[in-house]
Design a protein. Structure first.
Length: 255
């Protein structure tokens, strides 16, 4: 899926303005755009969703352009609302609300209806042991941030588990894409430590190192080259989490 005509968007106008100031810098931005706006290791639509996420967090004024661009590349309103939930998980209500409000403008009259059963608002209780086992499976141990919730707040534990599972487990976003997105968001915020958590998750979900690199470069438009430094540190630090490459089975010679 290729870029659907970026000349209508503010990002392209900025590229032209930069090129008018310094052609060398402008060609650098053009090379970055070629990575971000076209199919490569990641399809352009997936990178558009990642850019919606990083833009909502770091450059809200550019959000409408990125949402429009994502829609021209074939992403759906459901995809974009899933990005909003990922942002609530990672950065709270404000960027979630920004994305939802923008999608409602782009897709007027199509807001999902809220569930009508308030009695079931909390869902069926999830045993603590089940939640702890899931976090242990994901991280190889029970992180201290989870142990604190186990000890002091079961509602807090369920909140974390349910939101994380909805975004990175069984929601509309493929887990690999959700992890890549949150790696890019944290890189854009210059948090290599948090980015590494999601880089490792993306690797375990099947992302290649080249896909991690492209997701990390998505953070540059809102976080500058410093964002790439954070992404690169996270990528290098999680190489031990990569899935092993299967060894090809030798094919017997034909007789």
């Amino acid at each position: 899926m290729e870029d659907g005509g970026t000349e209508r968007f503010g990002a392209a106008d900025l590229t032209r303005r930069i090129a008018a100031i310094d052609p060398m810098f402008g060609t650098g931005v053009a090379h970055l755009d070629r990575v971000l706006r076209h199919d490569a290791e990641l399809v352009a639509g997936d990178k558009a969703l990642i850019l919606v996420a990083t833009t909502a967090v770091r450059d809200p004024h550019g959000l409408a352009d990125e949402v429009h661009r994502a829609r021209t590349l074939g992403t759906t309103a459901t995809d974009l609302r899933a990005v909003a939930l990922a942002l609530y998980l990672s950065r709270g209500a404000r960027p979630c609300r920004l994305v939802l409000d923008t999608v409602d403008i782009v897709e007027p009259g199509r807001r999902p209806a809220a569930p009508g059963n308030e009695h079931g608002a909390f869902g069926d209780p999830i045993p603590t042991e089940e939640i702890v086992a899931e976090f242990s499976r994901v991280f190889g141990t029970v992180p201290e941030r989870i142990a604190l919730l186990v000890e002091h707040s079961h509602d807090g534990l369920e909140a974390y588990h349910r939101m994380r599972t909805a975004v990175l487990g069984h929601g509309p976003l493929e887990p690999r894409l959700g992890e890549l997105m949150l790696m890019a968001v944290n890189a854009a915020e210059h948090r290599s430590d948090f980015a590494a958590v999601h880089a490792g998750g993306a690797r375990r979900a099947g992302a290649s190192e080249a896909q991690l690199v492209e997701a990390g470069l998505c953070a540059v438009t809102t976080g500058g080259v410093a964002a790439w430094l954070s992404a690169a540190e996270a990528i290098v630090d999680t190489r031990s989490d990569a899935r092993p490459t299967p060894t090809p089975t030798p094919t017997p010679n034909a007789r």
